[in-house]
Design a protein around this ligand. Structure first.
Ligand SMILES: [Zn+2]
Length: 249
């Protein structure tokens, strides 16, 4: 497997196919177009939110989504008086607002307190295998994978769990994997006051594995390298750390 990152603003992307059937003569671009949807090319760093996105409070949003999801179930002919189904509209509405898409609201953004780099540690720090649970914004089904983030301290350091929380915050949105990668990298740069950051995400898209082409073998890798991580030797060092099997504790 070859990781193929370029610059910070244009994360590279490649689709890995373990059985070779996935591409089947078609180009990677064609596969990606199918995977990412037609809006892929227009995707930018910002999640497309309207200006009035937070005019309604969470409780009202839950009530409205519950109402509309009940309507969807009704249309599909499901019996909402059934014990097993009657709580579903509210359950889905709460899940959307409080869990799955809570990262849309800036109020839920994790605070990033920095500490002095007392030990003068000046090598890269890598937090690898961070769980990524996000949702494909084209199909609203999960994307599940791992993120690896790295930075080189500019004089300050960040609590390790904050790296996980930054990944989680941007994951809890309807996403495309490229934008998620860039948003995490951008936030790390701002929070750590350095350009020397790297983000790699390797994830399976359930819209690819459970429907459409039904390919359960492929995964998608995106990367954002900036600052010192654009240097080949630094990048290779990072990739070596990521490939080392995780210690068992
Ligand atoms: Zn999708």
């Amino acid at each position: 497997m070859k990781l193929n990152g370029t610059s910070s603003n244009t994360p590279s992307i490649l689709t890995e196919s373990l059985n070779g059937k996935h591409h089947n003569g078609s180009s990677v671009d064609a596969v990606l177009a199918e995977e990412m949807g037609d809006a892929h090319a227009a995707a930018s760093l910002e999640t497309p939110l309207r200006d009035d996105a937070f005019d309604l409070d969470d409780d009202l949003k839950i009530d409205l989504i519950e109402e509309h999801f009940r309507e969807i179930m009704q249309i599909m002919g499901l019996d909402l008086t059934d014990d097993s189904l009657k709580g579903t509209p509210r359950r889905v509405a709460k899940m959307y607002i409080k869990e799955a898409f809570s990262g849309l609201n800036p109020a839920n953004k994790p605070s990033t307190t920095l500490f002095d780099n007392k030990y003068q540690y000046n090598q890269m720090l890598v937090e690898k295998d961070i769980t990524v649970h996000t949702y494909c914004e084209h199909h609203f089904v999960p994307i599940i994978g791992k993120a690896h983030v790295a930075y080189i301290s500019s004089g300050k350091v960040i609590g390790l769990s904050k790296l996980n929380r930054i990944v989680q915050y941007f994951s809890k949105r309807p996403q495309v994997q490229e934008r998620l990668t860039m948003q995490i990298a951008d936030e790390l740069k701002k929070a750590l006051n350095t350009e020397d950051v790297a983000v790699i995400i390797d994830a399976k898209h359930l819209c690819v594995s459970t429907r459409g082409v039904n390919d359960t073998a492929s995964s998608t890798i995106t990367s954002a390298y900036s600052g010192k991580f654009e240097d080949e030797a630094t990048r290779q060092e990072l990739l070596r750390y990521i490939s080392v099997s995780t210690a068992t504790i």
